[in-house]
Write a protein that binds this ligand. Structure first.
Ligand SMILES: NC(=O)C1=CN([C@@H]2O[C@H](COP(=O)(O)OP(=O)(O)OC[C@H]3O[C@@H](n4cnc5c(N)ncnc54)[C@H](O)[C@@H]3O)[C@@H](O)[C@H]2O)[C@@H](O)CC1
Ligand SMILES: Nc1ncnc2c1ncn2[C@@H]1O[C@H](COP(=O)(O)OP(=O)(O)O)[C@@H](O)[C@H]1O
Length: 492
């Protein structure tokens, strides 16, 4: 399980390290991890380090000392600092024979010329946008050096990114953040390293754990990112005596004239994620994508749902895909059954807020999330963790805010998925996910576990299918890889 930290959490962790007399050692650990990565990335040639005034700059001085003691050609350009540990590590750097020159855009441009690697230790989690103009010139000079061929390694976070934001802060059209090739981050991931344009600025992300009790990090995390090893135990198990009635009866309620493919894709997702019996209920004629699915057309879908006796209700429902304008009323009918239910697409309506139950799983993409919260999609994607928290507050149950990566939220807890493929940005992909989630609910998982496992299975299936289809990936291709994704997780 990997922690996701925000600046407040980092400050709390720092305070705890300080009380324990371990902060100096944490900076030493951090700098050593960066020096190791720098050695791997650039085994020979000069290394240029840029040190800012805060602890991020202190890390840079530790890196410089370690590389120097390994016999490397090391140059340091630094801003003045009042930070005690940064000053301490600057003295240690000088004590081993190192030199420091003042950091200016011109000095950077000169020194970066022959560098095998430039290490960005200007700003980390302590940075608050907007970037001051004096540093904007340095950031621009660093990006220019990179475009002339010098690879850039960022310490903790590329300078100029706000650790909590998926967007790159703006600064009057000037370069506002560093473009890194690799970022070595400490103790836990930061949201900026995971989401949106900010993540694209970070390059490859390497996590360097600090040697502290894991509970110290868990105590301050804002979210977690489970690994496949964490999720594998959630996979439903069957004995040889299993029969279809034990593997979950799933209903898909969706489709409307003109949007009949969506429920079919959800049905396929449910089938491939192990549902024993999948029935599509629709007001329209749904295409038969595979004969294992049963499809029932109801001229009056509302009456059919209303008249379904408790004994005939399924183990789980996925509803909303292509369901059309009556979706909210139909959803209210199904919510009254208190059966585990995935609400997607047209069933994601603001009037359903507060009408759900604990076994509801809401699966908005950013556009639907914006409709539910009365905000813009840009507002949602800027801070997906905050958006997922707000959606869960509003809707209750469990929320999957879809994206690459998706965020799963339940009361007081956030989980960020990993993996997937940009080829999954294609129509119908979310319909398949709804089916997967309903299948897991139908096999007895709770909404939180079904969401975390289902999102990962779907993402893994996408990774597998992308090997063949790349950006031409279709939702059915992903559905057909679900069995392989399941086997991958079981084999971890
Ligand atoms: N607990 C942890 O996770 C650890 C964190 N460490 C390092 O500590 C860093 C955080 O250190 P700090 O809190 O000192 O903060 P930073 O070093 O990230 O930033 C503070 C510096 O940025 C400047 N600054 C802030 N806003 C600015 C703006 N708008 N324009 C220009 N300059 C601005 C400040 O004047 C100050 O010099 C982390 O990113 C990481 O590199 C490591 O030392 C190891 C332990
Ligand atoms: N770039 C990406 N990386 C990983 N997964 C992605 C990416 N883009 C989309 N996805 C996944 O694909 C699905 C898209 O869902 P959605 O937008 O609801 O599609 P639709 O409404 O067409 O069915 C979500 O599960 C999302 O997490």
């Amino acid at each position: 399980m990997t922690a996701i930290l925000d600046p407040e959490g980092v400050r709390a962790l720092d305070a705890r390290l300080e009380r324990a007399g371990l902060l100096d050692l944490a900076m030493e650990d951090a700098g050593r991890a960066v020096a190791d990565e720098a050695g791997r990335r650039a085994p020979a040639g000069p290394v240029l380090l840029l040190a800012g005034g805060g602890a991020n700059g202190g890390d840079a001085f530790v890196v410089a000392r370690h590389l120097l003691t390994l016999g490397r050609d090391v140059r340091v350009l630094a801003l003045p600092s009042t930070h005690p540990l940064t000053r301490l590590n600057r003295r240690r750097w000088h004590a081993v024979g190192g030199h420091t020159r003042p950091l200016t855009p011109a000095a950077l441009a000169r020194q970066a010329g022959g560098a095998a690697l430039v290490v960005d230790g200007l700003l980390g989690t302590g940075f608050r946008p907007p970037l001051r103009p004096a540093l904007a010139g340095v950031v621009a000079a660093l990006n220019a050096a990179r475009s002339r061929g010098a690879p850039v390694l960022a310490i903790d976070l590329p300078s100029g990114l706000d650790a909590t934001q998926a967007t790159v802060p703006e600064a009057n059209g000037a370069e506002s953040s560093v473009q890194a090739d690799v970022t070595v981050t400490f103790a836990g991931l930061k949201a900026a390293l995971l989401f949106g344009d900010a993540a694209a600025r970070s390059g490859e992300v390497v996590l360097a754990p600090l040697r502290v009790p894991p509970a110290w990090v868990a105590d301050v995390q804002v979210a977690e990112q489970p690994g496949d090893l964490d999720l594998a135990p959630l996979l439903p198990q069957r004995t040889a005596a299993a029969h279809k009635g034990m593997a979950g009866r799933v209903w898909v309620v969706g489709g409307h004239p003109g949007t009949t493919g969506a429920p079919a894709l959800a049905g396929l997702g449910a089938l491939r994620a192990g549902a024993g019996l999948v029935t599509l209920h629709s007001a329209a004629e749904v295409p038969l994508v595979t004969p294992e699915l049963m499809a029932q057309r109801h001229p009056d879908l509302a009456a059919f749902l209303r008249d379904t006796p408790a004994a005939r209700r399924p183990d789980a429902v996925a509803m909303g895909m292509g369901l059309g304008p009556d979706a909210a009323a139909l959803a209210l009918e199904v919510l009254g059954w208190a059966v585990p239910t995935v609400l997607d697409a047209d069933a994601l309506q603001p009037e359903l807020a507060g009408r759900g139950h604990a076994a509801c799983l809401w699966t908005p993409h950013p556009g639907e999330a914006a409709r539910l919260l009365g905000t813009s999609a840009a507002g949602i994607t800027r801070d997906p963790l905050a958006a997922a928290r707000a959606l869960q507050d509003r809707l209750g149950g469990v929320v999957v805010l879809k994206g690459g990566p998706s965020v799963v939220a339940r009361a007081g807890e956030l989980s960020v998925s990993r993996g997937g493929h940009p080829g999954m940005a294609s129509a119908g992909m979310g319909d398949t996910l709804s089916g997967v989630l309903a299948a897991l609910l139908g096999q007895g998982l709770g909404a939180w576990d079904a969401a975390r496992l289902g999102v990962r299975l779907h993402a893994r299936a996408g990774e597998r299918a992308a090997v063949r289809f790349g950006y031409g990936l279709g939702a059915t291709d992903v559905a057909h890889e679900l069995g392989g994704a399941w086997a991958d997780l079981r084999g971890t």
